[in-house]
Design a protein around this ligand. Structure first.
Ligand code: UDP
Ligand code: MG
Length: 311
């Protein structure tokens, strides 16, 4: 198999036929030796029946259907596990990732690039959204050891080597933007103009984006924990200085009425600092809890692959 295309789909019935047609046409122009792996991530609309229809009429089409919605990360993982291609493309189902780029990706991949990454610009994005995104990437760069770049998502072509490297990482909390960057290997970035979704709605809202953002920071290192230690140390130094200052006052001026305001202020401030620190520790403990359970990332309900429980 030359090219495997992994396409996670969650409630995508409105756009799926369009995607399937465009993608197949593009791939047919490149080679006959391809497969399209659709992962139905527990969709509640007609996604699965559409996928079965495609598969009935086209031997290039594979589908894996989850028992419920496990999230895009799990869907991508399943697709990557089942991929048998020399090169694997990961792309969204909503045509925001233009299939036309695949030919160009293949060229670079054949020249030896292990990850050919498509980077979108921000045309048509809401100003506020892209502002927050830029701030976020700056913050993550500071806070973690992996490098994330604005506009780079999951759309990319992976060589067998890069794919196998990704599959060795079996963590439960997957943050693939970080994982992709973590494995390294030869990279090539190609740019494309941002597109809006061809049909259907985005699955993201503000809350899920914030959660995703926190995941990104926490799943890659323990710097936030160290940050708590620094805040603690800083607070101790400040309060020591303050105590010395008060003590000198007592020695030289005698005892005067202690300040109610400063006392309450300090209690509130350090109460807050402590709670936040405990919260950060708790986030890590929570993640460890999920990791040690070693639950599978997803459960397959139906598939036209012969091996239903591929690891
Ligand atoms: N997706 C998925 N499982 C989910 C949410 C999303 O497989 O729980 C898929 C979705 O079908 C699409 C891709 O992930 O192919 C990106 O989702 P979406 O277009 O909603 O995100 P956006 O482009 O708005 O970031
Ligand atoms: Mg989209």
């Amino acid at each position: 198999m030359l090219i495997s295309t992994v396409v996670p789909c969650y409630n995508e019935e409105k756009v799926l036929s369009l995607t399937y047609n465009e993608l197949s046409e593009e791939l047919r122009n490149i080679t006959e030796d391809y497969e399209i792996i659709f992962i139905d991530d527990g969709s509640r609309d007609g996604t699965l029946s559409l996928l079965k229809e495609f598969a009935d009429g086209d031997t290039h089409v594979r589908y894996i259907s989850f028992s419920r919605n496990f999230g895009k990360e799990s869907a991508m993982l399943a697709g990557m596990r089942y991929s048998s291609g020399e090169f694997t493309v990961i792309m969204d189902a909503d045509l925001q990732h233009p299939p036309e780029l695949i030919a160009q990706m293949l060229e670079y991949a054949r020249q030896g690039c292990d990850q050919v990454i498509a980077q979108r610009d921000r045309t048509g994005d809401r100003k506020l959204g892209s502002f927050f995104a830029r701030m976020y990437y700056r913050l993550v760069d500071r806070l973690t050891d992996v490098e994330l770049t604005d506009g780079i998502g999951d759309f990319r072509m992976l060589s067998r080597k890069a794919l196998d490297a990704l599959l060795t990482m079996n963590e439960y909390n997957r943050f693939s933007k970080g994982l992709f960057s973590w494995i390294g290997f030869k990279e090539k970035i190609i740019r494309y103009q941002n597109r809006s979704r061809a049909a259907g709605e985005s699955k993201w809202n503000f809350g899920s984006l914030v959660r995703y953002g926190v995941d990104g920071v926490l799943s890659f290192n323990n710097k936030p924990l160290r940050f708590c230690i620094f805040i603690g140390a800083f607070a101790i130094v400040i309060s020591l200085l303050y105590v010395i200052f008060l003590l000198l006052g007592i020695i030289f001026k005698g005892i005067d009425m202690p300040g109610y305001f400063t006392t309450i202020f300090t209690i509130c401030l350090f109460g807050g600092v402590q709670l936040i620190s405990i919260g950060i520790v708790g986030e890590y403990v929570g993640r460890i809890y999920y990791e040690v359970k070693r639950r599978p990332h997803y459960l397959v309900d139906e598939t036209n692959f012969s091996d239903k429980n591929k690891k």
